[in-house]
Design a protein around this ligand. Structure first.
Ligand code: SF4
Length: 207
C-alpha cells in the first residue's frame, strides 16, 4: 500500500511562487537564508501577537492544526494551521494575516497573491469538510489592504488543479520551467537553476 502524502498549505504557497524553487527545495533539502530567517522571526512575532488578540480577546480559534483528506486523490491529505477562524452557525470566517503588501491588480477575482490565495483556499477546503458549512468567508489581511471574498466551487477546482501540479513536481520527472526573471534576481538558487543539468531530465540527488 502507498504511504499517505501530507501537504502543507504553506508548501503549496511556496510552490505557487516558483514551482522550480519548490522542486529544488524538495530535492536538495530546504535551508533558509539568513535574510529569510530574520523575516520569519519578525513574521512569527507578529503572528503570535495577532493570534493572542484573536483567541484571548475576540474568542476566535487560532493556530489549531486541522486536516482533511483530499477527495478524489487517493492517499493525499491537506494539513495545516489557519491563523484564525470562527464558526458562526453554518458560516465559517477564516482570516489569514500576511506581513507583506497586497498586489495592486486582481488575479482570480481577488487582490491576493496567487500563493496566498491557494494557501487560504486549502484552509477553506479543510474546514468546509470538517464543519460541513454552507458558507465560508475568507479574509486576507495585508499591511495595506484586507481582501474579503467567499469560497466557491471555482476556487475549489483551482485548488485541486494546483495540488495535482504539486504532486507532479514531487514525482520529480520534469523540473518546472524557469519562472519570472524578477524573482530569480533575489533567489538563492540563481547560480545553479539555469544550468543545463536541470533541463529535461530527472534531477540527480547527489549534487
Ligand atoms: S532562480 Fe528563478 S526559476 Fe530558479 S528557482 Fe529561483 S526564482 Fe525559480
Amino acid at each position: 500500500m502507498n504511504e499517505a502524502i501530507y501537504i502543507l498549505p504553506s508548501d503549496l504557497n511556496n510552490f505557487c511562487y516558483c514551482p522550480r524553487r519548490c522542486f529544488l527545495d524538495h530535492y536538495l533539502g530546504f535551508r533558509r537564508t539568513p535574510k529569510q530567517k530574520i523575516k520569519r522571526l519578525i513574521g512569527s512575532i507578529l503572528h503570535f501577537i495577532y493570534t493572542l488578540i484573536k483567541s484571548m480577546i475576540l474568542f476566535w480559534i487560532a493556530e489549531r492544526l486541522v486536516k482533511s483528506k483530499v477527495y478524489g486523490i487517493d492517499g493525499v491529505f491537506l494539513v495545516g494551521k489557519p491563523d484564525a477562524y470562527k464558526v458562526d452557525g453554518d458560516t465559517i470566517i477564516i482570516e489569514e494575516l500576511k506581513t507583506s503588501r497586497s498586489p495592486k491588480t486582481y488575479m482570480h477575482g481577488v487582490r491576493v497573491w496567487f500563493g496566498d490565495l491557494i494557501q487560504v483556499l486549502s484552509y477553506a477546503y479543510i474546514l468546509s469538510h470538517k464543519y460541513n458549512a454552507s458558507c465560508i468567508e475568507i479574509r486576507v489581511r495585508y499591511r495595506d489592504h484586507v481582501e474579503v471574498f467567499e469560497y466557491n466551487i471555482a476556487y475549489e477546482n483551482l485548488l485541486l488543479h494546483t495540488i495535482y501540479e504539486y504532486l507532479k513536481m514531487m514525482d520529480g520527472y520534469a523540473p518546472p520551467p524557469i519562472c519570472h526573471p524578477s524573482k530569480c534576481i533575489i533567489c538563492k538558487y540563481k547560480h545553479i537553476c539555469y544550468l543545463s543539468f536541470f533541463k529535461n531530465r530527472k534531477l540527480s540527488l547527489s549534487i
